[in-house]
Design a protein around this ligand. Sequence first.
Ligand code: COA
Length: 354
Amino acid sequence: MGEMIAPKGLAGVVVDKTAIAITDSEGVLLYRGYRAIDLAEKAHFEDVAFLIVNGKLPSKSEKEAFIAKLKSGFGISEDINRVISILKEKDMMRALRSLVSMYPYRSKDQDDLMLEMASKFPELISNAFRLSRGMQPLNPIEGTYAERVYYLLTGKNDPKKARYLEELMILYMEHEFNASTFALRVTASTLADPVSAFTTALATLKGPLHGGANAEILEFFDGFKDVQEAIVYVDTQLQKGEKVMGFGHRVYKRLDPRAQFVKMKLRELAGDSKVVKIAEAIEQRMWEKKSIPANVDFFAALYMHLLGIQEDFYTPLFAASRVFGWCAHYKEQLSDNKLIRPDAQYVGPTGLKF
Ligand code: COA
């Protein structure tokens, strides 16, 4: 068979079919045929999660049954809480990845197991944060999925802010063959169980070129006194050939529709404040100098900050949303599976004598 050499990073290579989501360089993002932005604006997290996982919007009874399945994952056992207290891990992505990997694979219905695991993420993060800092876990409130998440992360029952958070969580939910999802599909293709596949995906999402980017924005942004300082920072980074986190995307070369939506919401929250002015100035400078658009993580970090969410939770919150995309991709991979195992072009020595 003739050898095909793929471009570095598989850029531009179509590796399989999917019916879950589509993106394009001009800024299209559809979830199962619907504009993700419309869903973020008008739907609830539970409806969109059902859509992503099952391929259609739920009827009333389907939604109730779905919520009941999510609830089956609520509550963290004493054993896991004890492990958290022993681990005392301060990095919440490392904690989440380790804790998820410890869950036993029970041979119950795989779809139910995935939903049960997915709905544990917010409480795992919350407990990991609190117990590792000597605080007791929160007793979660009743309410929508997003209200519960908002409470678990902030200790505040605030439906209005929870709704803002829900919009971001919907936009974080799915993104076709991004790095963590692709990694999950590789694991699924070996017929490994869903818990192992989630662990792979979490480990991949953590990296700063992927989900970890949102945890790096405040680090440089917080220090800016004014727009001028922010522009000097951008120029200096570019002169040094270094990246400005929260910018650039493998697919969206002109605009990331999620970033534009979150920017609009940021304005709604913060008006014409210093944060918004500086953020927009950085965005403009990056476009003028390099024609690189802001990605969702740039505005998402500022948005979560304004919603009163600790920086430690930024990437884990992304994971708690994306995990529903992972559920759909695990199912899709297994519905028409072939082991994912590419070839490599060997460039090392040969014929050495031992
Ligand atoms: N800041 C400055 N320059 C950037 C940049 C950024 N954030 N992102 C890309 N570039 C530049 C690269 O330096 C490169 O320039 P060159 O052609 O002059 O060498 C060019 O744009 C292409 O970048 P490359 O990293 O090869 O593109 P990619 O498609 O492989 O990378 C990302 C996509 C996301 C990995 C990349 O844009 C990035 O590292 N962004 C910062 C991390 C981030 O925000 N990740 C979250 C993504 S949602």
